[in-house]
Write a new protein. Structure first.
Length: 199
């Protein structure tokens, strides 16, 4: 399965992503979290089961000009369906979100919008950072994964380095496992909105 995280900010909701494609095939929006303030900020996760293998473009589209970051994560050993999703946001502190997964050996994927790209973010216990990108106008996007040997409560979090606390949005997606198969995860990142992803 291919999962794409998109983080963006703008003056209003017209700058939120309207679609993501991989190799010309539309991806499904699984979860989004938006908040308002000086700038509207949003983060979303999109997925595509059984994507075509090879090096192909991931394209993020918008209704109007937007400032954004994005990253792609390829999950080998994943099934074709998703489980729980969730979102959270705050104007200060370190990002965190707890979900109750439904199936053992699921993959958990998160995407994070952090309003201060000068900060270094460290993923929480058991998480592996898969992408991080700083935008040209001050925010950053981050993505990580976590494997879950048992179903139940799981927390995705990021530790904020010393510095000025700022607004953040986080979303989480559970990807159910395939019954059989080798499990592996790869990540690739881009801030251009068009990137080549090798499956």
């Amino acid at each position: 399965m291919l999962v794409v995280g998109v983080e963006c900010s703008g003056p209003d909701a017209s700058t939120y992503p309207t679609g993501v494609t991989y190799n010309g095939v539309a991806m499904i929006q699984a979860v989004t979290r938006a908040s308002t303030g000086f700038l509207n900020r949003t983060v979303s996760l999109w997925y595509l089961a059984n994507p075509t293998t090879g090096a192909n473009n991931v394209i993020v589209t918008y209704a109007s000009a937007a400032r954004f970051t994005a990253g792609s994560i390829s999950l080998t050993g994943a099934g074709t369906t998703i489980g729980v999703t969730g979102g959270n946001d705050a104007g200060t502190g370190s990002p965190t979100l707890t979900v109750t997964t439904t199936t053992a050996d699921s993959f958990i994927v998160d995407a994070l919008y952090q309003n201060n790209n000068a900060l270094t973010m460290t993923p929480g216990t058991g998480q592996t950072s898969r992408y991080q990108q700083a935008s040209y106008d001050g925010f950053s996007g981050w993505g990580s994964t976590k494997s879950t040997p048992t179903a139940g409560s799981n927390t995705m979090s990021w530790v904020q380095a010393v510095g000025a606390a700022d607004g953040w949005n986080i979303v989480v997606l559970e990807v159910l496992p395939n019954a059989i198969g080798v499990r592996s995860i790869t990540g690739i990142q881009s801030i251009t909105g068009i990137q080549s992803m090798t499956i």
